[in-house]
Design a protein around this ligand. Structure first.
Ligand code: GLV
Ligand code: MN
Ligand code: MN
Length: 417
């Protein structure tokens, strides 16, 4: 027996949530979503999701890092639950699907089980995790990493945004400083449905991806301190140009990717700030973020140490000092082969062609994988799978396909003794 979710109902919730934090994006002329973690927009979206959970008859709890879980009781409540989930925070230039599909898809699975009058042996839960994007407080997968025990709650609470506001005070302010212990009960299994955010599925002409794992992610902030001086009078050899060193790092990072020396390295400098931004003054300080991704841990280590040496040599040469700050670092996380195979056989049962693929993006599933057997279902995006921009889009049919795979795999796991 296979069950099918209600695609119109799922789509309606995706479109409704998209309006919370919506903004007009100048660069694309499209309407995007800006719902940074623990802002008012995030709070409103959280309350909307909790209302949907309650309407679906679920028991809702919030933990001390603001993760929210909703439970559909099974027949034997002493057994570990099957967990679904993802996140509802977005980057500042987000779309309607990144994260939300896995959360609203999970709620839709619960409604579908109710409509079909299906009872399960185990509890089923759907959750959303705090600050997956890491854009506001600087560390991605924060809520799930705390739950998995990789990041201590006290450390997470003290992280600050650009205005010096802490995670803890923002949790309290928006009313999501819950009482449940952050180290949640160990689930039987976790499945996260998520848009792919890349071009592999659409190139293969399929709507479904079975995810083999997530590549290694390294985030660092590099601050270069030079000396401000007159642009017209300071001789070239006498300059301590922090902006020049920062710009060279951007170019070197790209060269490293192109060289093939570091395997399938991807490097991005997404934040570049030069002080004080004056046309006729040599920059005294430059701060950049460096995002490195690599499907191979050895290549990642080599890339990080090459960059460290490069920065050291170049800053010494220019009389500039360099300060590194570690923001986030996760190794390659392989997903559970048995859950992957269950997802694959579920897609077969539903007559949905799929490909197996590694994830280029980071996900809460990479943290929850430390707790229990975990895997992910990817759903194809439109426009070549572009994401982290308002151009991010998927179709009602693709979202329903992925959620159908989620529903049937979860149903199977929830009846496993
Ligand atoms: C999460 O969206 C990431 O940065 O991969
Ligand atoms: Mn995401
Ligand atoms: Mn994202």
């Amino acid at each position: 027996m296979t069950i099918r979710i209600d695609r119109d109902r799922l789509w309606a919730t995706l479109m409704e949530l998209k309006e919370i934090g919506a903004y007009d994006d100048e660069a694309t002329g499209l309407r995007g979503v800006r719902r940074l973690a623990l802002t008012d927009a995030d709070a409103e979206a959280r309350r909307r999701c909790v209302a949907w959970m309650v309407e679906a008859g679920l028991e809702v709890r919030v933990d001390r890092i603001g993760n929210v879980y909703a439970t559909r009781p099974g027949r034997d409540r002493s057994l570990p639950c099957v967990l679904m989930g993802s996140h509802i925070d977005t980057v500042a230039t987000g779309g309607a699907f990144d994260g939300t599909l896995g959360v609203l898809g999970g709620i839709e699975v619960m409604r579908t089980l109710d409509d079909a009058g299906i009872e399960t042996l185990r509890d089923i839960e759907v959750g959303f995790f705090t600050e997956e994007e890491g854009v506001r407080f600087g560390t991605d997968m924060l809520g799930s990493a705390v739950t998995a025990g990789r990041i201590p709650l006290e450390h997470a609470h003290k992280l600050t945004d650009n205005d010096g506001k802490t995670v803890e005070e923002e949790l309290i302010r928006i009313g999501f400083d819950g009482e449940a212990h952050e180290r949640r009960p160990i689930p039987h299994a976790y499945i996260e449905c998520h848009i792919e955010q890349g071009p592999i599925l659409s190139t293969a002409g399929v709507t479904i991806g079975i995810v083999e794992g997530v590549q290694s992610i390294s985030w660092q902030r590099l601050t270069l301190h030079g000396e401000a001086a007159h642009a017209g009078t300071t001789p070239i050899p006498a300059r301590h140009d922090a902006g020049l060193v920062a710009a060279s790092v951007v170019v070197e990072a790209r060269r490293m990717c192109d060289s093939g020396e570091f395997g399938q390295l991807r490097a991005t400098v997404g934040n570049f700030v030069v002080s004080d931004g004056q046309t006729n003054v040599i920059p005294h300080t430059a701060t950049i973020t460096i995002d490195l991704r690599n499907p191979n841990n050895t290549h990642m280590t080599a890339a990080e140490s090459h960059l460290a040496t490069y920065v050291h040599t170049l800053s010494t040469q220019h009389g500039v000092t360099a300060t590194w700050e570690r923001m986030a670092k996760t190794p390659v996380v392989p997903f559970d082969p048995a859950i992957q195979n269950l997802l694959a056989s579920t897609a077969d049962d539903l007559d949905l062609p799929y490909v197996r693929t590694m994830s280029g993006a980071g996900h809460d599933a990479q943290e929850i994988a430390a707790l229990c057997p975990t895997a992910m279902v990817f759903v194809a995006g439109e426009n070549g799978g572009i994401s982290h921009t308002p151009r991010e889009h998927s179709t009602p049919a693709a979202c329903a396909d992925g959620t159908d795979v989620l529903a049937n795999a979860v149903l199977h796991l929830a009846n496993q003794p």
